[in-house]
Design a protein around this ligand. Structure first.
Ligand code: ARG
Length: 463
């Protein structure tokens, strides 16, 4: 096949090079953005008198037809035509002849691909923001059911202090909220229109860049032609945002994997979200959670690929940059695959509230509160810490919990201890007295849930 750029060549490219060079396998997914961009460019060329108006009209009409044909699966892309940009230009030219040949006036594939990828990523980012809103709701809904579900909170994976499962869920709400805001912010920086940068040095044609930006719904235009074609920060930034999303989903997955073990027993995955073993009849494995944890790895890898691919590139465009697509597409696909199934898994799992409560009761999770009790009776905290440390040591030796000790045993550690200690170290008091802003007390959690719901509602009413 004759190349669109074939003029200065006397030999055709080696077949292997055609295959090697071609990106159509993966960049064909940007066909709609490519066509939308070309329609805007052609319309502007016509209006500026850079190409005859009737040619511009022909181009726009045919591009619309091509878009419909692609959607109906009627178009076959060619490896020889290298990428989505030249495939579409070739189809256009095959169909309308000379008018089609005028489309690329004042444009380079370098600014064209920069445009397409920005548009594509903005579309996908908006979709992922919606999925994240779903994810936030999933955690808020779960939290609403569990404001009284006391469980142990951990540090170093050692029991630390009692919290509620609602408080734990709301921690994940906060994480996914930040992820959502990060994506929105990233989309804002992606939202600049690079056409007009040309190959690298702009163009001599009187392009109306603002008109193209307005037609395509961009908020602004790039301000330096070299930067316009060689910037891929926004790709890396999105890859980073998505890596953080996966990190969060992976952390909760890891917790579910631990919690659904026989040793914890805090949750049980729904049958529909678990798998069995081909040999061990008793097994119920949390494969979904494990796969999400595993897939976080590839999304991190994509971020590293992009950073490494870009780090040594002199300005402006280099073909290396064609390698930006597969990693970022893979990160997008992976997040879009993982989050919905993650939400369903979380929504359908059984929470063993009694096991959680028992877990909170063991392991001296109320030791801090016992020390705080002494502080409230006038002892300096450091001394209180030592008294309760001794008490815990005694309890371990006698296989008792703090609240199992008799009053006499209590008094042997400090004579300021009175009967009211039992209430002070009960799990309910430990949780509900922690009513600082951001704390696990039921009334604080309910406030946090209300605020979260307002936030999620405000997303629904945004554009
Ligand atoms: N397929 C190319 C890419 O993805 C498009 C830009 C090609 N530009 C060029 N000068 N060869 O980066």
């Amino acid at each position: 096949m004759a190349k669109l750029w074939g003029g200065r060549f006397r030999k055709s490219t080696d077949k292997k090079v055609d295959d090697f060079n071609s990106s159509i396998r993966f960049d064909k997914r940007m066909y709609e953005q490519d066509i939308r961009g070309s329609i805007a460019h052609a319309t502007m060329l016509g209006k500026q008198g850079i190409i005859p108006q009737e040619d511009a009209d022909k181009i726009v009409d045919e591009l619309k037809r091509i878009l419909a044909d692609i959607k109906e699966g009627k178009v076959e892309f060619l490896i020889d035509a290298e990428d989505i940009h030249m495939n579409i230009e070739k189809i256009l030219t095959d169909r309308i002849g000379d008018a089609g040949k005028r489309l690329h006036t004042g444009r380079s594939r370098n600014d064209q691909v920069a445009l397409d990828i920005r548009m594509y990523l903005m579309d996908e980012t908006a979709e992922i923001e919606e999925i994240l809103a779903e994810t936030m709701s999933t955690f808020v809904e779960l939290a609403k059911k569990h404001t009284d579900t006391i469980m142990p909170g951990y540090t170093h994976l050692q029991k630390a202090q009692p919290i509620t499962f609602a408080h734990h869920c709301m921690a994940y709400f906060e994480m996914f909220k930040r992820d959502y805001l990060r994506l929105k912010d990233c989309r804002r920086r992606t939202n600049v229109m690079p056409l007009g940068s040309g190959a690298l040095a702009g163009t001599t044609y009187p392009l109306d860049r603002q008109m193209v930006a307005d037609m395509l719904g961009f908020d602004g235009i790039t301000m330096n032609s070299l930067d316009g074609v060689s910037d891929r920060d926004f790709v890396i930034e999105l890859a980073n945002c998505l890596a953080i999303v996966m990190m969060h989903a992976s952390r909760f997955s890891e917790e579910l994997i631990l919690w659904s073990s026989n040793e914890f027993g805090f949750v049980e995955m729904d049958d529909a979200y678990s798998t069995g073993s081909s040999i061990m009849p008793q097994k119920k494995n949390p494969d979904v959670a494990e796969l999400i944890r595993g897939k976080a790895g590839r999304v991190y890898g994509n971020l590293m690929s992009l950073l490494t691919m870009m780090k040594g590139l002199p300005l402006a465009y280099n073909k290396d940059m064609q390698e930006d697509k597969e990693p970022i597409f893979d990160s997008i696909d992976t997040v879009k695959l993982c989050l919905p199934v993650f939400c369903d898994m979380v929504r359908t799992m059984k929470v063993n509230t009694d096991v959680m409560y028992k877990g909170a009761n063991g392991g001296f999770t109320n030791a801090t509160d016992a020390a705080d009790y002494l502080v409230k009776k006038g002892l300096p905290f450091r001394d209180a810490h030592a008294v309760i440390g001794n008490m815990v040591y005694y309890c371990i030796e006698h296989n008792k919990a703090i609240d199992d000790l008799t009053m006499d045993e209590m008094k042997s550690f400090s004579d300021i201890i009175e009967d009211d200690i039992y209430k002070a170290v009960s799990m309910e008091t430990c949780v509900n007295d922690r009513d600082v802003i951001g704390g696990p007390a039921k009334k604080m959690t309910e406030k946090a849930i209300r605020k979260a719901e307002q936030f999620i509602d405000s997303i629904d009413t945004e554009d």
